[in-house]
Ligand binder design. Structure first.
Ligand code: 5GP
Length: 207
């Protein structure tokens, strides 16, 4: 039976260390596709269009909504973010593990549509004060944006129970070891279609 792909959702506040964790494990978890979202937020220093995000204006984004191009989309910090459906479908058909870095609204939407092949992980620094320290250290955002992110993080942490796993990223290597195991296991999740096919083929004799 050829296995089609699976989905791993990663959520957590900016500053939780999601990208660093992914970099640590990416070579150890088999064929994957990291979904590049489309966003209307301004490009940050050091970011590249088509690598970190597809940057679009609001008109383009709304056209994509109208054309049903998104698996899910959400308004986060006043900007639109969305996941294009086409590359995700292709990657799943190729048997890849599709990785998403999306917020809690996105996790709900992905679970509604692809719940039987989705594993979700919430990643966070150990405390709000530690998150604040990390965001200040990064200094890519204005004070206003940083305050909004902290407020958002306080709201998001209330919904951790919606996730399969919680990873507290206080030690990068320790957190990476946990995420590595989760990612490897996520791939083994069997879709309901695969289960139905299997059950049909399993009954290979008249009994
Ligand atoms: P940032 O602006 O720091 O790159 O991302 C802000 C938030 O938007 C993060 O919580 C990130 O997970 C979320 N996000 C990024 N892309 C998407 C997306 O396609 N859909 C949803 N729902 N959230 C996203």
């Amino acid at each position: 039976m050829s296995k089609s792909g699976a989905v791993l959702v990663l959520s957590g506040p900016s500053g939780a260390g999601k990208s660093s964790l992914l970099n640590e494990i990416i070579d150890d978890i088999g064929a994957c596709y990291f979904s590049i979202s489309t966003t209307t937020r301004p490009i940050r220093k050091g970011e590249k269009d088509g690598v970190h995000y597809h940057f679009a204006d609001e008109e383009e984004f709304k056209q994509d909504i109208e054309d049903n191009n998104f698996l899910e989309y959400a308004l986060v910090h006043g900007n639109y973010y969305g996941t294009s459906i086409k590359p995700v479908r292709e990657a799943l058909n190729e048997g890849k593990l599709v990785l998403f870095d999306i917020d809690v609204q996105g996790n709900t939407a992905v679970n509604n549509r692809l719940g039987d092949i989705t594993t979700s992980v919430f990643i966070t620094p150990p405390t709000l004060s530690e998150l604040k320290k990390r965001l200040e250290g990064r200094s890519t955002d204005s004070q206003e944006v940083m305050d909004a992110r902290l407020k958002m993080a306080k709201r998001e942490i209330q919904r951790v129970s919606e996730y399969d796993y919680l990873i507290i990223n206080d030690d990068l290597q320790r957190a990476a070891a946990i995420l590595r195991q989760i990612a490897i296991t996520a791939r083994m999740k069997t879709s309901s279609n695969e289960v139905n096919d299997f059950v049909q083929k399993w009954e290979d004799i008249e009994q």
